[in-house]
Design a protein around this ligand. Structure first.
Ligand code: ATP
Length: 503
């Protein structure tokens, strides 16, 4: 069967189905362990994923989620223990119906979307006229999964936005002639809310045909709204499994190991109106560029300024402008540091250690008379590794770290530098809830010391930690919200112009 004949699906649930608990397991892990050198990533995992269910898997950065997924998908062998597919010890062929969409996409950047499809799904595409077949198949799958996706099969992957690359990655995973288990590793971290909704509608359709879905996410509310069951991974082992119905976000956080008050940002920002009195750190005066239309904004010293609105409305162009000021319309009076959201493309220096990645922007400030001071550098690195609980330590290669821990290093790099203005481009992709809470606190502490922060976030709730928020639509500022005016509801309303904003 070729991919054109999909929707793919495993064994449809029997008519007398009594829910996921009664269904047969598709993939089973028994006593699975996996170590990388001295790091024990998995310490004895027992887990069952059943036909037709969505199983949510949650846990801290570095808990072992991605490692477990790679083992369950047959991409890596475990050290001890067993992985069964449909109750049998799995062979390479059995793993063909287990597909995974990766957190860091697995696409080849210099190939087109269609060529990537051929690379990963060639066993179910014809050899003759494969390019046409791959193009048709991926276009159809993207149309089903993400209506209005805006991706052409001829696009080179490196030219696509992070969100579009993520869509292609997910579509790639679903291009197969039989899909028994779909593993989604943080699939919505770079998708907008509409694309996330479309994805989960598609996922529901898949489970109705018997496909099992294993969903890893740090977005606990999202997991609870989609999953039938939730499993918690802690220090490489499953420590709890519960039906999702009846569980709330605080219950899951507690199962993950620590009680955290779900942050709402209230009480952390400075008094409304305080911004006007501050000295200016940076400003745009009628800045116009591709994607930006006459944007005027001001950032005070010690102020946290949010850039909100639907994705792609000019927020990243503002960050870019503040990073590389154009004299005619931009003034930046302090040094700058940038935290990119796309760590694969511009964040991580892959051949360097955690410590070197972290300290690189702070070196000049630490050096005396042009000479480096290794002891001081080590102290700064050690302090940040501890502060952000970066699992793996300073000596580890950065690519040995889990995705969330890599992101923490990039955030630490910016704050370890002496920069007076820190530009954050959706900086907490893949960072767990506990660490995010610490980072929100860190942002406020750094602002209190006089640093200015400009923060674009695709999660409107995060904007509650800002002093002021500019809401963008079509390259323009459509509202400026201050203090108590900043709320998720208000931002959404203004983004769609439901209450007129400043228009
Ligand atoms: N290729 C590797 N080499 C060395 N160590 C690794 C490698 N892959 C993972 N690890 C280590 O194994 C542990 C588990 O990592 P894993 O990526 O599975 O965590 P995770 O739960 O997916 O984290 P995150 O939520 O941040 O993505 C971490 O300590 C990580 O540093």
């Amino acid at each position: 069967m070729h991919v054109d004949n999909l929707p793919a699906g495993g064994t449809a649930p029997p008519e007398t189905d009594t829910g996921p608990a009664a269904r047969p397991p598709v993939v089973t892990a028994r006593g699975v362990t996996k170590a990388y050198g001295r790091t024990r990533a998995l310490t004895g995992v027992d887990l069952e994923v059943r036909a037709g269910e969505v199983l949510g898997l949650v846990g801290h950065n570095g808990a072992g989620k991605s490692t477990l997924m790679r083992v369950l998908a047959g991409m890596e062998a475990c050290d001890t223990g067993t992985v069964l597919v449909h109750g049998r010890k799995a062979s390479a062929d059995d793993f063909r119906s287990v597909r995974m969409a990766y957190q860091e996409t697995s696409l080849c950047p210099d190939l087109t979307v269609a060529e990537n499809m051929w690379v990963s799904s060639r066993h179910c595409l014809p050899r003759l006229r494969w390019r046409r077949a791959a193009s048709d198949a991926v276009r159809r799958r993207l149309d089903e999964m993400f209506p209005g996706h805006g991706v052409s099969p001829r696009d080179r992957v490196e030219d696509l936005s992070l969100a579009r690359r993520q869509m292609v990655e997910i579509a790639r995973a679903c291009l197969v002639d039989r899909l028994d288990l779909l593993i989604l590793d943080e699939p919505t971290e770079s998708l907008g809310p509409d694309a996330a909704r479309s994805l989960y509608a598609y996922v529901r359709g898949l489970t109705e045909t018997g496909t099992a879905v294993l969903l890893i996410s740090h977005r606990i509310r999202e997991v609870l709204s989609v999953a039938d069951r939730v499993a918690v991974l802690r220090d490489g082992a499953v420590t709890a499994e519960r039906p999702a119905a009846g569980l709330g976000e605080p219950d899951v956080l507690e199962l993950m190991g620590a009680h955290v008050a779900v942050p709402d940002g209230t009480g952390t920002r400075t008094a409304a109106g305080g911004a006007a009195a501050r000295e200016t750190a940076a400003e745009l005066r009628g800045a116009t560029a591709p994607g930006l239309r006459e944007v005027t904004l001001r950032v005070g010293k010690g102020e946290v300024v949010g850039l909100a609105g639907l994705a792609g409305q000019g927020q990243q162009e503002v960050l870019e402008r503040l990073w590389r000021p154009v004299r005619r319309d931009t003034a930046v009076n302090v040094t700058r540091a940038y935290v990119p959201g796309d760590r694969q493309r511009s964040g991580v220096l892959p051949l360097w250690s955690v410590g070197d990645n972290l300290i690189v922007t702070a070196l000049r400030g630490i050096a005396r008379k042009g000479l480096r001071r290794p002891a001081e550098e080590r102290a700064v690195v050690g302090d940040w590794v501890k502060r952000l609980a970066i699992r793996g330590g300073a000596e580890a290669g950065i690519t040995e770290l889990s995705g969330g821990n890599q992101q923490k290093v990039i955030v630490a790099r910016a704050f370890a530098s002496p920069a007076g203005l820190v530009l954050l481009d959706d900086p907490f992709r893949g960072v767990d809830v506990h660490t995010k809470t610490d980072l929100y606190r860190l942002i406020r502490e750094e602002a209190a010391k006089g640093r200015s922060i400009v923060w674009y976030s695709s999660e409107n709730a995060e904007m509650a930690h800002c002093d002021r928020v500019y809401v963008f639509r079509a390259g323009r500022i459509v509202a400026e919200l201050t203090g108590e005016e900043i709320s998720e509801e208000r931002i959404i309303a203004v983004s769609f112009n439901e209450d007129g904003g400043n228009d």
